[in-house]
Design a protein. Structure first.
Length: 512
């Protein structure tokens, strides 16, 4: 197996990271701070930025939620930081960071609560010298987004007085095209578009950002990145876990809303977009939007849906979706979705893209596979002495998680007197090249939001473009209820109809 050598030392890597611009003084205000996201992801991410010297010296965190947690909130967040990976209890920066964490209890529709919150933030400004800089993070259930936005505007907390004010809105951003447009309108009534950061944590992953570097910083790939050389593209977002106790949420979402409309469509745009004029927010967003708008409407016959039944995962029997806690025993919610789509533009005309996402699949794997066309003359396929048989096509595999890296498969001659060949892989592995990182993807996104860099965040036009593709599918599925659910066993790779779905084009899913 071939490997790759990384031509940068750890010292050079750290120096390049320190060269990042440090944000202006600010307070990060997290609504819904008593939830799991804050403790497991957001506070560990902020502390990792502190460890790297990328937070301003004048900085503070204020958690906002309904429960009366008081002083216990900071201690609980300290535990989350320690358990978030890569942090030692004796870290010299930890205690000083925890002292900058405070908490405010209120209902999200409480008029007086916002008056008190505003006074508290003014006091935090005085104590820590944060000078009015605000980053609001909406980590609540989506039902509260519009109310919180309205209240911030009503109480004069959305417009900068001394410094900048921005808001991060978590997904899901709407549940169909109509609701996404309504939420966009609600948010835009209070905040300017440049203040709004719609977050998708997938875009914080180094391996997702590396798609752009791989394509546009290497002259050997871009010339063949088109319909003349590429046969088809597969994008897989497979999880081996179930719904993890989130029955009510998943019953209202399903795989298409939960993963396909956001994560998978973002991956599609990075793979298919044209070279941007610069690596700036407007240029990147413009090219992504062109991709989504070039996707033809997806007919019902180019979709597959599934729901997992009982099965075996890692030698352990697991229950089916309908037996999960707080799930309708007759549920028709899909836990698996697959789409076949075409991008009708000059670069991609005629190239099928196959997208799939699901739970309780064979293994956890998010991967993009680009399969190239076979050479026009098969010189070696009839060699009866070849131990590998017919020559396989060249493939570039970009592994997003968990085994982050890139593999290139090509044919090589087998040593010996005959012209026998076998496929080999040339591998680049993030862990081997750069070591293990404790970063969870939120570090980059939180830092970018504090810097006002919206490159890796969704614009309202992009959100509505992807919903315009997914909403007709949701409507068609609602009009044609499935009769075979559950139709795949936990631990398998999805329903049999998904394999037939590809085989009609002469293709098959690559289950790495």
């Amino acid at each position: 197996m071939a490997t790759t050598e990384v031509l940068i030392s750890p010292e050079q890597l750290r120096a390049s990271q320190r060269a990042e611009r440090i944000p202006d003084p600010c307070v990060v205000v997290i609504f819904g701070a008593s939830g799991d996201l804050t403790k497991r992801k957001l506070l560990p991410a902020l502390f990792h930025l502190e460890q790297s010297g990328l937070l301003p010296e004048k900085f503070a965190v204020v958690g906002v939620a309904r429960r009366p947690l008081g002083d216990s909130f900071a201690a609980d967040m300290r535990d989350g930081i320690l358990n978030g990976g890569g942090v030692e209890a004796g870290d010299p920066k930890l205690e000083a960071f925890v002292r900058k964490i405070s908490y405010h209890a209120m209902n999200f529709d409480d008029h007086d609560g916002y008056i008190a919150l505003k006074k508290m933030l003014d006091s935090v400004d005085q104590q820590y010298g944060t000078n009015g800089g605000r980053l609001y993070y909406l980590a609540t259930a989506p039902d509260y987004f519009a109310e919180i936005i309205h209240q911030l505007g009503e109480h004069g907390m959305a417009k900068p007085e001394k410094n900048w004010v921005r808001v991060i809105v978590e997904k899901p951003f709407g549940h169909d095209l109509q609701s996404a447009r309504a939420l966009n309108d609600d948010v835009n009534q209070v905040f300017e578009e440049e203040q709004i950061f719609r977050i998708d944590h997938y875009l914080g992953k180094e391996t997702v950002q590396n798609i752009l570097v791989f394509r546009f910083a290497n002259g050997i790939f871009e010339p063949v990145w088109n319909r003349n050389y590429i046969d088809h593209v597969q994008i897989t977002a497979a999880e081996d876990i179930g719904i993890e106790g989130r029955g009510p949420f998943y019953e209202g979402a399903g795989a298409l809303r939960d993963v396909m409309q956001n994560h998978v469509m973002e991956l599609l745009s990075f793979v298919a977009m044209e070279p941007p004029s610069s690596f700036e927010a407007n240029s990147i967003r413009t090219e992504k939007l062109k991709v989504w708008r070039a996707v033809e409407p997806i007919p019902l016959e180019d979709t597959v849906r599934g729901q997992y039944g009982p099965g075996v995962m890692g030698g352990v029997a697991v229950k089916g979706y309908r037996e999960e806690d707080r799930v309708n025993p007759n549920s028709l919610t899909e836990t698996y979705a697959a789409l076949r789509l075409r991008i009708e533009n000059w670069r991609w005309a005629g190239v099928p893209f196959y997208l799939r996402a699901g739970k309780r699949l064979g293994k956890r794997s998010t991967e993009i596979t680009v399969q190239f066309k076979q050479p026009p003359m098969h010189l070696f396929t009839n060699d009866k002495n070849s131990p590998c048989g017919v020559i396989e096509p060249n493939i570039i595999s970009m592994r997003i998680q968990p085994d982050e890296g890139i593999a290139l498969r090509f044919a090589a001659k087998v040593p010996g007197p005959s012209m026998s060949s076998c496929p080999v892989n040339m591998n680049f592995n993030y862990k081997d090249a750069f070591g293990v990182s404790s970063a969870n993807g939120y570090e980059r996104l939180l830092l970018d939001a504090m810097l006002g860099d919206a490159t890796l965040f969704a614009h309202r036009d992009g959100v509505e473009a992807t919903w315009s593709l997914m909403t007709p599918i949701l409507q068609a599925w609602a009009s044609h209820p499935p009769r075979d659910f559950p139709n795949y066993a936990a631990g398998s790779w999805g329903p049999a109809s998904s394999d037939v779905f590809l085989s009609r084009d002469g293709h098959f899913w690559r289950n790495s």
